[in-house]
Design a binder for this molecule. Structure first.
Ligand code: DGJ
Length: 737
């Protein structure tokens, strides 16, 4: 049983394949964290691992109190000196609490008592929210633990699911108002873990548009450190992921704790080191500008945090996230199916296209083996630039005289699939939709409405707006044979407010927006199960686990330069599997950074993701087109390993002048080694790169020349690589004999 309970000491021990996570209830009310890390059978007496007599200066004692009736309890240590499992405000832990609410009398004290727990096999879905899931109850066990504040009727349930074999634990919090008065939730963290000590490194993924998810690490020190988003999207700026690791941890060694939020909106993730050198890690909805009014009888479900512990460094942490997300976060037909190689017209034409041009791009693409033609922005309304028409999802007959059905049929008659771009959450002020419903966008009466890319955001906190969009998209998708949708979103939120919400619910708007968006996505993806949906937000501005629940692939970045992509894809791989990363070969000079890289390297970089093209292949030389046809053949022969195999990051572009990756199939029969040089160096030196994850006793044959290598030789001696030329690359495919 992966959840063990000691009834006497009220100790709860969650066990995955290699992890133990342990906490206990102290003084009948305080959940105290005991251990997170390598698996143990039994922890023995609790006071051998926790010092309950510790004191934090000026913090009140944990059990010493003066009751209303004058009763007292004995002096003890202070819980502020303890690692807590979840912390409330209004008792002797004076650090930032995991939960903060305001009650009818104006007070913000929450003093819950431990009520009890339930354990059951399996894992329930989270109401209205994306989350990891099970396909059979044997895959996970769930612990739910209730705390009740007798004065206000607040019931808070800590939810834990243990994915034993996937080696991960998920956490969330569910709140009910069982009292008669309103409760205002001001802050609710989905996970809180207090670690003894502060000798840690904090790692996160940050950047900007076209420069997403670069890896940054900082030593943890006293006080607050962390990341957040207040932008109404998980954002390009910080991804909702942090890792706490021991200082000496690296790619293959050391303790690493990864935390990833399954949510696409405002979040906070931080580490706080207190006066007792305890590091408190918290992750949840961003309390900034948040308030949720809970009427009597109402409930609130906080989003999920996925926690992964690895004793073998960041590489193992990532592989655990990848395995879980591939199979128990992504859903639908395309979770397992081999997905099409696509060509997208955006960088080939921008807004300047017509039916003939698109059909010609498709014809050339078909001749080299591309499966799917995607028509990007510009097909609707009178959208010849980005200053109009969002919301008017009706084809522009000037560009497409036969409409979307006519074009789709032409593409399909070539033997290709057809895909279409939408930006469903947006509205242009110059659109029929906005003229008909000027109050349908997020805004606050009397305030200016700031434009971003000359557009406003539809108010998805409103059910009528969501229903309208569901119908508008359904009409297009059922009116033509469409196989794929690219779902874009090109600005962040400002002046957040909804005209339908009362004053005391305005601060719910951003979260209600996400709930509305998730409902729209759930409805459309289940109504059109054969359509492959790809997420996008100006590239990777909403590349998060929440989106992956609805859409199994996401356009990783608007930067399609092969060298910039090394950094972006490497950083993204910290958490997200390769098969979720849309990656395209584009034209040179590259449109974002003007760099010229060989077509071979552009292909080799894109092959490490969900492969496609974004250029007019008709403009390439004949030789280049032959190379493209070869690339597609190679990719199709290895994509199963790239998407379903284990990823080993062998060299980081953040640390040296090249990047090396290796993908190994689950049965260890195929290994793909990818090497990318950044700059060529004169008299270049050898970097001997050892492969990983192979069968040491197996013999591996290099596909390109039949050379044979022992698995142990590849892993212990490695391959000699050099950076001879700028932007050169190599992909070696090994098959076990
Ligand atoms: C941003 C996306 O990331 C691009 O790929 C493209 O679809 C444009 N939007 C279109 O406006």
């Amino acid at each position: 049983m992966p959840i063990l309970v000691d009834e006497q000491t009220k100790t709860f021990h969650l066990q995955t394949k290699s992890t133990s996570y342990i906490f206990a209830i102290y003084c009948g009310r305080y959940p105290v964290h005991l251990h997170y890390g390598k698996k143990v059978k039994d922890i023995g007496a609790i006071d051998t691992i926790i010092d309950f007599t510790g004191r934090a200066s000026f913090a009140p004692e944990s059990a010493a109190y003066l009751g209303m009736d004058g009763s007292t309890a004995e002096d003890t240590g202070s819980i502020e000196a303890l690692p807590m499992e979840y912390a409330f405000y209004g008792h002797p832990d004076l650090r930032t609490p995991s939960f903060h609410a305001q009650y009818a009398n104006g007070s913000t004290i929450t003093a819950p008592e431990y009520i009890g727990y339930r354990i059951y096999a399996g894992k329930k879905p989270l109401k209205g929210l994306p989350a990891t899931y099970v396909e059979s109850d044997s895959e996970a066990d769930t612990l739910e633990m209730d705390f009740k504040d007798p004065l206000t009727g607040l019931v808070l349930t800590l939810q834990y699911s243990v994915f034993t074999n996937y080696d991960a634990i998920t956490r969330s919090v569910y709140i009910q108002n069982t009292g008669k008065d309103i409760i205002n939730i001001k802050s609710v963290m989905s996970a809180n873990v207090d670690f003894y000590g502060k000798n840690y490194t904090l790692t996160h993924l940050d950047g900007s548009w076209a420069r997403e998810r670069h890896i940054h690490s900082q030593p943890v020190t006293n006080g607050f450190q962390g990341i957040d988003s207040k932008r109404g999207a998980s954002s390009h700026v910080h991804n909702p992921f942090i890792a706490l690791s021991e200082v000496s941890a690296g790619e293959n060694y050391g303790d690493v704790y990864g935390f990833n939020f399954v949510y696409s909106g405002n979040f906070i993730a931080e580490a706080y080191v207190d006066q007792s050198d305890i590091t408190r890690v918290m992750m949840g909805l961003n309390p900034f500008d948040f308030n949720w009014k809970l009427e009597s009888g109402e409930d609130f479900q906080a989003p999920e945090v996925v926690m992964v512990y690895s004793s073998e460094g960041f590489g193992q942490m990532s592989r655990i996230f990848h395995r879980l997300y591939r199979k128990r976060l992504c859903r639908g037909k395309f979770r397992d199916a081999e997905r099409p190689v696509l060509i997208n017209n955006w960088e080939a034409t921008y807004f300047n296209f017509n039916e003939e041009k698109i059909v010609n791009i498709a014809k050339t693409a078909k001749s080299v083996g591309v499966d799917l033609m995607v028509l990007d922005d510009g097909w609707f309304g009178k959208r010849d630039t980005d200053n109009c028409s969002l919301g008017d999802w009706v084809a522009d007959k000037k560009k497409l005289p036969n409409g979307i059905p006519g074009l789709a049929k032409k593409i399909q008659s070539l033997g290709m699939q057809f895909g279409l771009w939408f930006e469903p959450e947006m509205v242009s002020p110059d659109s029929d939709l906005f003229r008909a419903h000027p109050d349908w966008c997020l805004h606050v009466d009397g305030r200016r409405m700031s434009l971003g890319r000359k557009q406003l955001i539809l108010d998805f906190s409103r059910a009528d707006v969501c229903d309208y969009i569901i119908n508008a998209l359904s009409d297009v998708l059922s009116g033509a044979p469409i196989n794929y949708v690219k779902w874009d979103m090109n600005r962040n939120m400002s002046e957040i407010g909804s005209v339908l919400l009362p004053a005391d619910r305005q601060r719910e708007t951003a979260h209600r927006y996400m709930l509305g968006l998730y409902r729209v996505m759930e409805t459309l993806t289940s109504r059109f199960p054969d359509v492959l949906f790809e997420g996008c937000s100006g590239g990777g501005g909403r590349f998060d686990a929440g989106m992956l629940y609805y859409m199994p692939q996401i356009w990783t970045s608007d930067d399609s330069d092969a060298i910039e992509r090394l950094f972006i894809q490497y950083g993204t791989s910290m958490v997200y599997p390769s098969g979720t990363m849309g990656a395209h070969v584009s034209a040179v000079p590259n449109h974002q950074v003007h760099r010229v890289t060989p077509i071979g390297t552009r292909g080799n970089v894109a092959m490490a993701g969900q492969f496609g093209y974004e250029l007019d292949l008709g403009l390439l030389s004949k030789a280049e087109r032959t190379e493209v046809a070869e690339q597609i053949k190679t990719y199709k022969s290895i994509r199963n390993v790239i998407h379903n195999g284990d990823l080993y990051r062998l060299r980081s572009p953040f640390e040296c002048n090249h990047m090396a990756l290796e993908f190994v199939s689950e049965d260890k029969n195929t290994a793909i080694f990818c090497y990318y040089s950044i700059l060529g160096k004169p008299n270049s030196v050898v970097d001997r790169i050892r492969l990983e994850g192979l069968d040491p006793d197996g013999v591996y044959v290099l596909q390109e020349n039949g050379a044979e290598f022992g698995g142990d030789r590849l892993m212990n001696l490695g391959l000699n690589m050099k950076d001879k030329e700028d932007f050169a690359s190599k992909v070696y495919v090994f098959h076990k004999k």
